[in-house]
Design a protein around this ligand. Sequence first.
Ligand SMILES: [Zn+2]
Length: 308
Amino acid sequence: MRLSPSSSANLARRSSHGGALPHAKYGVDLAKVPDTYIEPFTAYRAWNWSAEGITSLNGVLWTPRQAFEANCHYAADLCSMRAAAIGSVAAEFWESKSHQVPEPGCTCGMYAGINMQHMIDIGYIQRGIHGEVSIWGRLYRHALGWRAQYAYPKFFVVPANMVPFRFDEAQERLKALVEFDVDIYLQPEREVRVGQEKIPLWIKDYGYSQQGISFLIEKRQKWYSGEKVVHTLAVGDRVAVFGGANGGGIGVVREINGDEMYYTMFSLNVVFRKKVKDVEWNERNWRWETTGLGMMRKLALGGDRCRS
Ligand SMILES: [Zn+2]
């Protein structure tokens, strides 16, 4: 790891704004982390995987064989404000608001967790496929790990219950991942944990592994009984939620009680409630989907009692 020659300010030595950062707990010495990486640095993240490909959890599409470059969602606004500004003072004001990505005072950047355990602890890993990611360029540390300028996946781990049951359909869906030309592993267990078994499914410069194919074709059949695959909503399942103030996202089912289900999305302390019948299985995307967030309740921090 080298410091960029142009880097004078070191973010790692800047004081933090948001209280205690989690990095040391996960083995990262921030004093040794420069603010700009020339060589990639390894972090961990989750992606949403649909028929269209993979996206960040906020919906931005990742392109195979191309570094993901984070853009600031305010950049376009600032640009037009600058163009429309009358007088040099106004123009300078908007000019001063433009920045490189990521910027400490903004929310922009490619978000990644510190490592796998950190992603599990903050409740993000269960939302999609997951894996190591190389990050480089400008790097900013924050409570959810990192915000980086550039990123590219190092490998993917795909929970087996996210892969379509029929192998031809599975291959069709996996194509989008194969195009990234990085190793793909299967996670046989439903729940994710550090150190669990990973089955090689598609390996760079080699292709599909016999072990992975036989798992998808033979072993997985034992999990299902009968001819028809019946999808039943279960705790731990992912649900794509459409609509809502910020366009929705991927939720994780936390509890099912009779005909109602409870899920979390943005924070583990905010639980949403919906009717089970309003959550539908989408065969094409091979996932649960629903429209509208449903009823919200906030949980008291550190407890499991309902506050409202
Ligand atoms: Zn920004």
